[in-house]
Design a protein around this ligand. Structure first.
Ligand code: AR6
Length: 204
């Protein structure tokens, strides 16, 4: 039992330090899907980061607050011109003081038991963000775990939707992206995504 505990701890540490990378080799074109533990405002290797915003697009707590804080007040000024955003939709702005070119703001569903279209709306967040990034000519993107904080979407279900939606997009649009990164803010979220990739519950 001791050994098992040690192994678990060691594995976790390795996952923490490692960027778990899964290569999807589709039609000779590789899209790298990476899991990273960390802060999405510090991902200098992607052109665009995705914000888990609210319908006002005027800032808030969680990852939204962190992104606005790191980007600076010009981000809010640009967001004010956008007239908000519907749940499941996505809009793009500059990234200002962030180490990226753009921010895509998407609005995840508030979890309300799961029978109110939450899954389709969450999938739409990923799909519409990827479409918008592709349309803008971007090849590298990072996502947080949309809706799984203040909006209370259960992590198990949300991570499955995130990974499956991205997988479907990569299959349908081979070569559109070089790197799609999931930036997980805590160990539990990273473990959950890692299990889904590692357990091949998500086919890549
Ligand atoms: N980097 C990466 N992930 C983060 C960071 C960060 N800096 N900070 C938090 N997370 P949440 P939601 C994780 O609550 O559930 C805002 O007020 C966090 O641990 O940020 O979509 C908006 O304005 C969680 O796993 O977003 C909306 O009103 C994930 O990001 C509302 O919250 C999402 O948690 C949106 O709620």
């Amino acid at each position: 039992e001791q050994a098992g505990r040690f192994k678990g701890a060691k594995l976790r540490q390795e996952i923490t330090q490692l960027q778990v990378e899964v290569l999807a080799n589709l039609n000779q074109v590789q899209t790298k899907i990476a899991l990273t533990l960390g802060d999405i405002t510090k991902q200098g290797d992607v052109e665009v980061i995705v914000n888990a915003a609210n319908k006002s697009l005027l800032g808030g707590g969680g990852v939204d607050g962190a992104i606005h804080k790191a980007a600076g007040p010009q981000l809010l000024a640009e967001c004010r011109q956008l007239n908000g955003c519907q749940t499941g939709q996505a809009k793009i702005t500059g990234a200002y003081n962030l180490p990226n070119k753009y921010v895509i703001h998407t609005v995840g569903p508030i979890w309300n038991g799961g029978a109110h279209g939450e899954a389709d709306l969450l999938a739409a967040c990923y799909e519409n963000s990827l479409r918008l990034a592709q349309k803008t000519g971007l090849k590298t993107i990072a996502f947080p775990a949309i809706s799984t904080g203040i909006y209370r979407y259960p992590l198990e279900e949300a991570s499955q939707i995130a990974l499956a939606t991205v997988q479907a997009f990569v299959k349908a649009n081979p070569g559109a992206f070089e790197l799609i990164k999931f930036v997980l803010f805590d160990q539990a979220a990273l473990d959950c995504y890692y299990r889904k990739l590692g357990g091949l519950q998500v086919e890549l």
